[in-house]
Design a binder for this molecule. Structure first.
Ligand SMILES: Cc1cc2nc3c(=O)[nH]c(=O)nc-3n(C[C@H](O)[C@H](O)[C@H](O)COP(=O)(O)O)c2cc1C
Length: 369
């Protein structure tokens, strides 16, 4: 178990540098609806084989049982109501999908289309699934999956659909385990881009976070960068880069020590003091904890390296090492009650960050396992 966990971690680290990833290398959520159990079996197989988190969508409990023409008619009438904008109740909702990079949707086909409860779940969460990578698996008695595929694309217009749809009909039911594995192997997800950076001054490493904007994305593509930055006003170091970036300037209320800003289209500024300003900048990111930054930069020119920091499991403070400081950072985060979506903090890789990750991290530091 421990051995396979570490092989998994190693694989994660190796794959941080390559583009495509399988579902096992992603943080994957397998969300499914089932009326009579077939899709549940499929979802279970998929989750077991990719280490994904399972989530069942629960319906309102009013569908007529056992399955008969009455059930089909009920579902059909409900679908007409959906088409008129009256969505049925479901019992399942998700606050945020931030803990997952890939979502595998498993649904039965009803009357040629997506089963109403799954359609409702996707409709209710479409905004939260924007830009998420999704893959689709459909079970039916005999009908082809096209109606379900159309429903999925119409309901999630801003999600990114990966691979071809897996379809299981009644002839394939005994082959679900093999078909699930085969299909998973065909899925090429894209590893999410990290927003973690390191700013290195001499022998000091300052973990930093890129801003969530287009300029920061352009800057990320240029990394790693090392500049001899000039001194200005006792509060900033600056460097005119050869690349012009897209700008979206604003006058910040305050400049904070550790802010990484763009002045104009190509002047990179690293602030090491906190003060009010009337100048406009585009935010690129910030050093997480600027303690010691001013001392490291000194009073003259400073050589500064900006580089991406891939997620290392257990390196919660992002300094590139796994040490006791990561345990204290993780406990601080847990005590603050923040939602933690940091891959490096999910030490046991179960899709959520909690106190068991802190104990596993201590174990990892003390015993190397
Ligand atoms: C309300 C309803 C409508 C259905 N409509 C179709 C259909 O149009 N074509 C088809 O091949 N199967 C249809 N089925 C069968 C299911 O798609 C199939 O049995 C599926 O694998 C069941 O998955 P589950 O056991 O996870 O609920 C329907 C089932 C129900 C309950």
């Amino acid at each position: 178990m421990r051995k396979s966990f570490f092989l998994f971690v190693l694989l994660m680290l190796m794959c941080a540098t390559c583009k495509a990833a399988t579902a096992s290398e992603m943080r994957t959520l397998v969300v499914y609806y089932t009326y009579s159990g077939v899709t549940e079996e499929l979802a279970q197989e998929i989750a077991d084989n990719c280490g994904g988190t399972l989530l069942q969508v629960e319906d309102h409990g009013n569908y007529p049982r056992p399955e008969s023409q009455t059930t089909y008619n009920y579902a059909n009438n409900e679908r007409s109501q959906i088409n008129a904008g009256n969505w049925p109740e479901i019992k399942t909702s998700v606050e945020s999908f931030d803990a997952w990079d890939a979502i595998i949707i498993c649904t039965p086909l009803w009357n040629g289309k997506m089963a109403n409860p799954m359609l409702t779940f996707l409709h209710n969460h479409a905004d939260k699934l924007n830009h998420k990578q999704v893959a689709l698996a459909v079970t039916s008695w005999s009908s082809g999956p096209n109606g379900v595929v159309t429903d999925a694309h119409n309901t999630l217009p801003n999600s990114s659909f990966i691979g071809t749809t897996l379809h299981i009909n009644y002839q394939h039911r005994d082959d679900i385990p093999e078909m699930a594995v085969e299909w998973l192997n065909t899925l090429d997800f894209e590893l999410p881009k990290t927003n973690k950076m390191r700013v290195i001054v001499g022998d000091k490493v300052f973990p930093a976070t890129l801003a969530d904007n287009y300029t920061a994305e352009e800057f990320r593509e240029l990394l790693p960068l090392t500049f001899n930055m000039a001194e200005l006003n006792g509060n900033e170091k600056y460097y005119y880069m050869s690349n012009n970036l897209t700008v979206d300037e604003a006058v910040p209320d305050m400049i904070h020590a550790g802010d990484i800003m763009l002045y104009g289209r190509n002047c990179l500024v690293l602030f090491y003091d906190t003060f009010e300003t009337s100048y406009a900048y585009t935010r690129i990111g910030a050093i997480n904890d600027p303690t010691g930054l001013a001392e490291a930069l000194g009073s003259g020119q400073a050589t500064v390296t900006f580089e991406l920091a891939e997620d290392i499991i257990g390196d919660v403070d992002g300094d590139g090492k796994i040490a006791i400081s990561d345990v204290t950072t993780l406990i601080d985060l847990l005590l603050n009650g923040d939602d933690i979506n940091d891959k490096s903090a999910d030490v046991n890789q179960d899709g959520s960050v909690n106190i068991s990750d802190a104990t596993d991290l201590v174990d990892l530091i003390l015993n190397g396992n």
